[in-house]
Design a protein around this ligand. Structure first.
Ligand SMILES: [Zn+2]
Length: 273
């Protein structure tokens, strides 16, 4: 189900309005997004029928250890990809554009009701849409990161000399790698710390397009519920979270979130439903 084929029923619209009231009544709202939101931008999920790994083959499960063993070789492969999974991923991500769901999250941030956005997606679409308080827990495929001081860089900021790989950080001398968290790689401690801090403050979490199964992000909504906060799920499919959530909005983010923005703005203007 995508935003184009989705039909907004009066029942769902009333639930979206209830979600708007929950957001406006909360002290600290955090959004958590996953692959479902990217699917609506034309990025297939990794696994399952039509999945990226199903089509192009799986990346190595020890990708990070391979990088550490020979960063120069990993960089040569990055600059001249030969593996089909790497080429397929780069082509697919390069073509994708933010959808109305990404844009609605920017609108919620600008209105002042969304205080942090945690994403498991590496596709850069939240950044392209214009989200500011963004925590990319699995990194961003379009950025580079220093393994020493965790600084992120636009690729243009890091001169790459193919005769002197890997590039090194100009401030700490650490090895630079792609920001995407590879298989076998720990989540960068700075983003993990910021996620935990955001979740600890959060009393209302908006969970969009994620099956809530990948640790540690899967824990975040349950942590909010344990502290008696509210969790609003936006997902066309049932997930492990559906039965536990305060409110579950069964629809694609690209359709539900713009409607949520509409109701937040209307309530802010003092209109009745
Ligand atoms: Zn550094």
């Amino acid at each position: 189900m995508d935003a184009a084929t989705f039909e907004l029923t009066p029942t769902l619209d009333a639930e979206i309005d209830r979600a708007a009231a929950l957001l406006l009544g909360a002290r600290s709202v955090v959004a958590l997004t996953g692959a479902g939101l990217s699917v609506e931008s034309g990025i297939p999920p990794f696994r399952g029928p039509g999945g990226l790994w199903t089509k192009y083959g799986e990346p190595p499960l020890d990708g990070y250890q391979r990088f550490l063993r020979d960063p120069a070789k990993a960089w040569r492969e990055r600059l001249h990809p030969t593996e089909s999974w790497a080429r397929g991923l780069t082509d697919t991500l390069g073509r994708a554009k933010p959808n109305p769901g990404h844009q609605a999250l920017v609108a919620l941030e600008e209105i002042g009701v969304l205080h942090a956005l945690i994403t498991q997606n590496v596709d850069d679409l939240h950044r392209q849409a214009g989200s500011k308080t963004l925590l990319e827990i699995h990194g961003n495929y379009a950025l580079l990161r220093c393994l020493g001081c965790h600084s992120r860089f636009e690729p243009a900021a890091i001169p790459v000399d193919e005769d002197a790989l890997p590039p090194l950080c100009s401030s700490c001398g650490g090895v630079i790698k792609g920001d995407t968290v590879q298989f076998g790689e720990p989540i960068p401690p700075d983003v993990l710390r910021d996620c935990y801090a955001a979740v600890e403050r959060c009393d209302c979490m908006l969970v969009i397009g994620t099956t809530a199964t990948v640790y540690p992000a899967a824990e975040f909504p349950f942590e909010v519920l344990r502290r008696r906060g509210q969790v609003i799920e936006v997902n066309p499919y049932e997930s492990e979270l559906t039965s536990a959530a305060t409110l579950s909005l069964a629809g694609p983010g690209g359709a539900v979130l713009p409607r949520l923005v509409h109701h937040v703005k209307r309530r802010n203007a003092g209109d009745r439903p």
